[in-house]
Design a binder for this molecule. Structure first.
Ligand code: SF4
Length: 297
């Protein structure tokens, strides 16, 4: 490998997927963490003294998010009170194992952990729902339940922000998916770094510009413990098609991920387009685009 391109005097051991820079391990850590710090400060994601729940699944994104948030909070004195919030969907062989990883993160990073389960909140696990409805549209149900479960958990913990591990690839995929589906409402808000869940607790995405491949590299070189098994119901997700398309495009030009995000950020939706208005569900009071939200339905 050539010398580290940050000119620290060491030899490079990796090539950054995002920029093509050849770096040593320490300079990669610094570049990776500095970019997230820049994202947080430029967007003014958190007010000093706030309480922040990190949505933790035990996967690479949320594990790296928790690790880097703790590190930056101490290094730059953000004065944040960090807690972990996990959702137990009740998926045997997937979530039960990944929650063990979250508990490990709790112990390693010294952050309190709150787990909200579908069974307690809705009376159904995902395993039971799939047994009832079959292997179709599982993520549609699960996504609606999880969104609401996170809102409820955040309210229960009395936090000021909910930070999620959405990375640059996730956001580029979502832009593509919303274009493919013609979903203008979601397209108009999917690139926002801060979104309002409707109950006053903003959701923020500190990893918005962080490439998935670099998250995997960072976790590997930092020796972070994370869970990498796919959900057993995932292969049926429509998102998978957008992911395959994005991965193919990324092989041709890695900049495609940032280009799609920037295109999404610059899009202006025609004022005359038919957009749903957000309101409160008449049954549970959580945010909904219909009288009765999808979770209650
Ligand atoms: Fe739920 Fe689908 Fe994610 Fe599995 S892949 S946890 S079913 S949203």
């Amino acid at each position: 490998m050539p010398p580290c391109s940050a000119q620290c005097g060491k030899n490079a051991i990796l090539k950054r997927p995002k920029t093509g820079d050849t770096l040593c391990k320490e300079c990669f850590f610094e570049a990776f963490e500095n970019e997230i710090h820049f994202t947080i400060t430029r967007a003014k994601l958190f007010k000093p003294g706030s309480k922040v729940a990190i949505a933790a699944s035990g996967g690479k994104d949320s594990t790296v998010l928790a690790y880097v948030m703790k590190l930056l909070n101490e290094k730059y004195d953000y004065k944040l009170d960090l807690v972990l919030l996990s959702i137990d969907e009740g998926i045997t062989g997937y979530r039960d194992d990944s929650l063990d990883t979250v508990k490990q993160n709790r112990d390693d990073y010294g952050m309190p952990l709150k787990i909200m389960s579908y069974k307690d909140l809705y009376g159904w696990t995902m395993d039971e729902i799939v047994a009832e409805i079959g292997r179709k549209n599982n993520c549609t149900f699960c996504g609606v339940f999880r969104r609401q479960a996170l809102d409820r958990g955040a309210a229960l913990l009395n936090v000021d922000y909910l930070a999620t591990g959405h990375n640059a690839d996730d956001i580029a995929e979502t832009v593509l998916m919303n274009i493919l589906r013609g979903d203008l409402a979601r397209l108009s808000r999917c690139t926002s770094i801060i979104t309002d869940s409707g109950d006053g607790i903003p959701r923020v995405k500190p990893l918005k510009y962080t490439y998935e491949k670099e998250i995997v590299m960072y976790a590997y070189f930092r020796k972070l413990v994370y869970f990498s098994t796919e959900c057993v119901f995932a292969p049926n997700a429509y998102r998978g098609h957008a992911r395959v398309l994005l991965k193919d495009l990324e092989k041709i030009d890695p900049a495609v991920i940032m280009n799609i995000i920037q295109s999404g950020e610059s899009l202006k939706i025609n004022e005359n387009a038919n957009m749903p208005t957000l309101q409160k569900c008449t049954r549970c009071g959580y945010v909904s685009s219909q009288d009765v939200c999808k979770a209650c339905e």
